[in-house]
Design a protein around this ligand. Structure first.
Ligand code: IMP
Ligand code: MG
Length: 199
């Protein structure tokens, strides 16, 4: 796997490898398996970002369970949240009286998960928990705690393993983070061109 990739002249460096992610997914599933023994939770994935984490996690879950998906949008194509959450696809399952486990790829501002919690709580579930692979704790403003957290990360833009950059690169197997721009240097392409005599 590459240690560094460049997308639209933004440089990203390897942050969490496939092995690190796999080990963490197993650890989270072990905890969930023990907490939900004898129950039949509904795992709700928030699309699009959580689809890869969701499918890896669910295959490590050993208790009887159901799945459903909800689609939210807050980012558009930008690197920062628009601050507004829109419901693009509602749930199909009956939430009332059920144990709900929401599966998120990343919690950034916390707006999406807050929106999601309100939506689910209106339907009176038996219980409500959240599992997220990544949490930007310093950014998230939440009045409830996140039950299962894979990695707490600094407030940086990350991509891969389901997380997109303008809808692309979700299929990267590892997670990469945006590298700081090198101060005072022209973009690589420009330097290469001038070094080659303006070709
Ligand atoms: P929040 O509503 O700000 O907590 O953001 C939630 C959603 O925004 C996540 O589920 C992701 O889909 C997306 N998101 C947040 N941070 C990042 C990031 O660093 N890279 C890519 N997508 C992100
Ligand atoms: Mg998401």
């Amino acid at each position: 796997m590459a240690d560094e990739i460049t997308i639209n002249s933004d440089r990203f460096t390897l942050y969490l490898s496939e092995e690190q992610i796999r080990a963490k997914v197993k650890e989270l599933a072990t905890q969930i398996n023990s907490d939900y023994r004898g129950r039949v939770p509904i795992f709700i994935g928030i699309l699009n970002g959580s689809f890869i984490f969701f499918s890896d996690l669910i295959r490590e879950v050993a208790v009887d369970c159901e799945v459903d998906f909800l689609k939210l949008s807050s980012y558009g194509d930008a690197k920062i949240s628009s601050g507004q959450v829109r419901l693009l696809k509602d749930l199909n399952c009956q939430v009332r009286g059920r144990d709900i486990v929401v599966v998120e790829d990343i919690i950034d501002s916390g707006l999406s998960i807050d929106f999601m919690k309100r939506l689910v709580m209106r339907e009176n579930p038996a219980s409500f928990r959240v599992v997220t692979l990544l949490l930007k704790k310093t950014v998230a403003k939440l009045d409830f705690s996140i039950d299962y957290v894979g990695f707490e990360i600094p407030p940086e833009f990350v991509i891969g393993y389901g997380l997109d950059y303008a809808q692309k690169v979700r299929n990267l197997k590892s997670i990469y983070r945006l590298a700081p721009k090198e101060p005072g240097l022209a973009p690589k392409e420009t330097r290469a061109t001038s070094a080659a005599g303006g070709i």
